[in-house]
Design a protein around this ligand. Structure first.
Ligand code: NAP
Ligand code: GDD
Length: 342
């Protein structure tokens, strides 16, 4: 019999890749979309157009326990992936209460619905945890055993979701696992996250349709991987006999500035750097300023450094990323350049 998967967050970057991945594995995929005043299914339209037989869209919202119960009890899934979130760290400082409703209590709503389901010991649950929980890092590199120290309402809310997942696993014997995923990007990445903002900005500068790219902290370091590799890891965690938590990361870290430099190299765009810290500026070959920093994009408290240790996933899940840093940049740059050119 075909397995049934339910994806919360299917219209997002990871959810859309996960839907592609599970359909290839012959799952029946049920995906949740939110009511929105404009179309929000761009990332899954390609599936809907050609694979309607195994793909089902439902309106829902993770903050509404009535809808969560109704969907879980009627779909009767084998696997539930909770990828739904207010996922922007900077925005979480502006809407902390809402971020907690979605990122913390949303997870609880799903776990409660599983607990009250007749199939409760058969349903597997995946919680989309994050390296943001390490925040002000207490150890390098960060592994499953590193203590957490979140630095934003986003990180704090995700930490609740992490621990409530462990609590429901221990208290009610649910198959509930946490992925602790480091940053992962792709051509489907939201346009306000730094990598996509850079790939779009530099492509537009190269094509002469944007003059300047204005960013925040260029010296924060992130362990960046590709979303396609990371959704495979999510699935692998759900295929284990016992639920466990896993760090997923590449084991390499780069500054935001290095990301810009790699993009510029691949675009054959020369940048001459001058100044330090917030005064750092990038100039083109004609001496025109094309990159500068603004306080506007700095956060009230920053996560300066992230570097993951995914040894456990590599040995237990046999997980290995296919994309390295320059392949990731290439995929994003190629996609944005082609799209913008046409
Ligand atoms: P994303 O592109 O921002 O997608 C988030 C998804 O959640 C969207 O489908 C969004 O729907 C949905 N959503 C938001 N609020 C909801 C609500 N109240 N009810 C139902 N759905 C809701 O994020 P992503 O990059 O794919 O990340 C997926 C998950 O992994 C998130 O939980 C994120 O926090 C976590 N994570 C991401 C990374 C990363 O680097 N990408 C790393 C670690 C963890 P709309 O399309 O309607 O907005
Ligand atoms: N967004 C953004 N915009 N970030 C900027 C900018 C800018 O203009 N300029 C510099 N940055 C810096 C941020 O201060 C941060 O240090 C870094 O670039 C990465 O920012 P984001 O791309 O917004 O990602 P994030 O690391 O805060 O959060 C992402 O990764 C987490 C995993 O660690 C999100 O996907 C989270 O949902 C995810 O949990």
């Amino acid at each position: 019999m075909k397995k049934i998967a339910l994806i919360y967050g299917a219209t997002g970057q990871d959810g859309s890749y996960l839907a592609d991945f599970l359909l290839k594995k012959k799952y029946h995929v049920h995906a949740i979309k939110r009511k929105s005043s404009s179309l929000n299914t761009e990332r899954i339209d390609h599936i809907y157009e050609k694979n309607t037989k195994n793909f089902f869209l439902h309106y829902g919202d993770i903050t509404d326990p009535i809808s969560v119960n109704e969907i879980i009890h009627s779909v009767n899934p084998d696997e539930i992936y909770n990828l739904a979130a207010q996922s922007h760290v900077a925005v979480s400082f502006k809407i902390p209460n809402y971020t907690a409703q979605v990122n913390a209590l949303g997870a609880l709503n799903i776990l409660e619905a599983i607990k009250s389901s007749k199939k409760r010991n058969k349903i597997k649950y995946y919680q989309a945890g994050t390296s943001e929980m390490y925040g002000k890092v207490q150890e390098n590199p960060q592994s499953e055993n590193t203590p957490f120290y979140p630095r934003s309402p986003y990180g704090v809310a995700k930490l609740f979701a992490h621990w409530i997942t462990i609590n429901y696993r221990e208290a009610y014997d649910l198959f509930a696992c946490n992925g602790i995923l480091f940053n992962h990007e792709s051509p489907r990445r939201g346009e306000t996250f730094v990598t996509r903002k850079i790939t779009i900005g530099l492509c537009k500068i190269k094509l002469g349709i944007q003059k300047k790219l204005i960013l925040g902290n260029l010296y924060a370091k992130r362990d960046w991987g590709h979303a396609k590799d990371y959704v495979e890891a999510q699935w692998l965690m759900m295929q284990q006999k016992k639920p466990e938590d896993f760090v997923i990361a590449t084991g390499h870290t780069h500054t935001v500035k290095s990301f810009i430099i790699e993009c510029a190299k691949q675009l054959n765009l020369k940048i001459i750097w001058k100044g330090k810290g917030i005064k750092t500026k990038g100039y083109d070959k004609n001496g025109k300023c094309i990159i500068e920093c603004s306080k506007k994009y700095f956060r009230p408290s920053e996560v300066d450094f992230l570097l993951g240790n995914a040894k456990k996933a590599r040995s237990k899940l046999k997980w290995k990323p296919n994309f390295n840093f320059s392949k990731l940049v290439k995929d994003m740059i190629t996609n944005d350049y082609e799209k913008l050119k046409s």
